[in-house]
Design a protein around this ligand. Structure first.
Ligand code: ZN
Length: 502
């Protein structure tokens, strides 16, 4: 009896996933190929599909099936394929059906308008122009939290959209410990009186050579081009419109080496995760990514922990010198290695280095909690922002355009999203430490161009489980410890300390 119901549920969720994948393909096409004039019709196509997906996700039959299945043995073990499927679909169904349709529509409308107004406000350095819409967004996000419910604070409900099951108090605890040590460490670097020859990275790097080199590196670390593509977009991303169809994008700057190379490693890391998920469960919880933070841990691992490792460049630097003989022919590996690991406090998050990046995130995470949980009024956001930049990074934005107006997230209604970037760094370092213990001398392997042991380890330990474990459970299972700031700090100190003599 319940087996037949389970099959109905599986089929329903599978077909919804097919619609999702069509939407993903339309989205990829919109960002990579669509002629400008085609935008309006594309919006109509995507709106129709979004409506169909929502209808399927809140279909009352789904509720009936889930009521029955939650009582059945199939749901008994939440980490089995059937159990994970039933529990995760139930979770999503409850969340979606608790939100009143009018609130969903109001949130969507406000987010679209918010992004339009934000563009003008940032251009004109005019925070006041955005403030009324931002106030409305905060009010609606609080209503959303009240409607879906939460365990400790309203922000929990918003965080849960990106990092399911996670609690604000837990993330805040780990990030606060990271902050306290990182602020001092970054200040020490700032005052160390050493700097890299960062101008090396701004020599001329011909785009065609960049593209060849980025493809070589992505393939070498394990992005499977027979099941994936690399294309060009203004804002790089990764999307998987099918179980054997993963698409990453990058952006080339002739006068900046890091942009395309590390951007490609980052997106390839996301892609390797998508390609490592179980294809036969595509679109169903056992074949889906755990959370934004875990997804980001995979991209950050390949980009920073592997891609900015000295051993990685022991293998790749001779190849880089071949591709870019004009820029790098006379540059010793040590100078290049220091330049790609340069740390300096800056105003703009997306341009930040591996160490200071987390402080940019902390500032946003602390402020958005204050906005949602009470305390801070939108009108007081710019001075609060500037004060934190002074305290954590020792610099102050000269304008709101370079300060509180730089990110699209809040105007777009994405509250609870920012911390997943730093969670990604934390998870990455913790997993990487464990991989080193399990696999022996990783640097020696990297120096020989061997990246497959690490990739296989990630597939086996993380990717193959899909959503059968929560992010917190996965970290405990794989590393034997709860999430901690210690591995990331250890990694940053271990690499940057010797470079800066701190
Ligand atoms: Zn990413």
């Amino acid at each position: 009896m319940s087996q037949a119901t389970y099959e109905k549920l599986r089929r329903h969720v599978h077909d919804t996933a097919v619609l999702h994948s069509i939407d993903a393909l339309l989205g990829w096409d919109e960002r990579c190929l669509l002629p400008h004039a085609g935008g309006d019709y594309r919006a109509e196509q995507m709106t129709l599909i979004a409506g169909m997906i929502h209808e399927r996700q809140t279909d009352p039959r789904l509720g009936e099936w889930l009521d029955e299945l939650m009582q059945s043995p199939l749901a008994g073990d939440a980490t089995s394929d059937s159990g994970a499927t039933i529990h995760q679909v139930k979770r999503q169904y409850d969340k979606k059906t608790k939100l009143p349709k009018s609130l969903v529509e109001e949130l969507t409308r406000t987010a679209v308008l918010g992004q339009q107004v934000w563009q003008g406000a940032r251009r004109d350095n005019d925070f006041a122009a955005l403030a009324p819409l931002l106030e409305k967004t905060v009010r609606l996000k609080r209503e959303q939290a009240q409607a879906v419910g939460f365990r400790e604070c309203a922000y929990d409900a918003l965080l849960d959209d990106y990092e399911p099951h996670e609690l604000t108090s837990n993330v805040a605890h780990v990030l606060a410990r990271l902050r306290d040590e990182l602020v001092a460490f970054v200040a020490a670097i700032r005052h160390a009186g050493r700097s890299s020859k960062i101008e090396l990275l701004h020599r001329r790097y011909p785009v065609h050579a960049q593209e060849r080199f980025a493809r070589e590196a992505a393939a070498k670390i394990g992005f499977d081009f027979s099941r994936g593509r690399l294309d060009v977009t203004a804002h790089p991303f990764c999307t998987a419109p099918g179980p054997h169809d993963c698409r990453i994008t990058t952006r080339y700057e002739e006068r900046y080496f890091n942009c395309a190379f590390f951007g490609t490693l980052h997106e390839a890391g996301h892609g390797i995760y998508d390609q490592g998920l179980r294809a036969d469960w595509f679109g169903l919880p056992p074949g889906e990514a755990v959370s934004m933070g875990i997804h980001e841990s995979q991209s950050r691992m390949w980009e920073n922990l592997v891609g900015r490792h000295r051993a990685f460049w022991q293998y790749f630097y001779p190849l880089a010198q071949e591709h870019f003989s004009e820029a790098l022919g006379d540059v010793p590996l040590d100078d290049f290695y220091f330049a790609i690991n340069d740390v300096r406090p800056s105003l703009i998050r997306v341009e930040a280095d591996e160490a200071t990046y987390n402080l940019h995130i902390l500032i946003r995470f602390e402020l958005e909690q204050d906005l949602i949980n009470g305390g801070l009024a939108v009108a007081d956001l710019p001075p609060a922002w500037n004060a934190k930049y002074r305290d954590y990074l020792g610099i102050e934005p000269p304008s709101d355009a370079e300060g509180v107006l730089q990110d699209i997230h809040w105007p777009a209604g994405l509250f609870g999203y920012f911390p997943t970037y730093s969670l990604g760094n934390l998870y990455a370092a913790q997993f990487f430490d464990q991989a080193g213990r399990d696999l022996g001398d990783l640097p020696k392997q990297f120096a020989r161009g061997e990246f497959q042991p690490l990739r296989q380890w990630l597939i086996e330990k993380l990717h193959r489980h899909g959503q059968r474990y929560t992010a917190g459970q996965l970290v405990e299972r794989v590393t034997g410890k709860a999430l901690s700031h210690v591995p990331l700090l250890g990694h940053l100190r271990g690499k940057l300390g010797p470079l800066y003599g701190v």
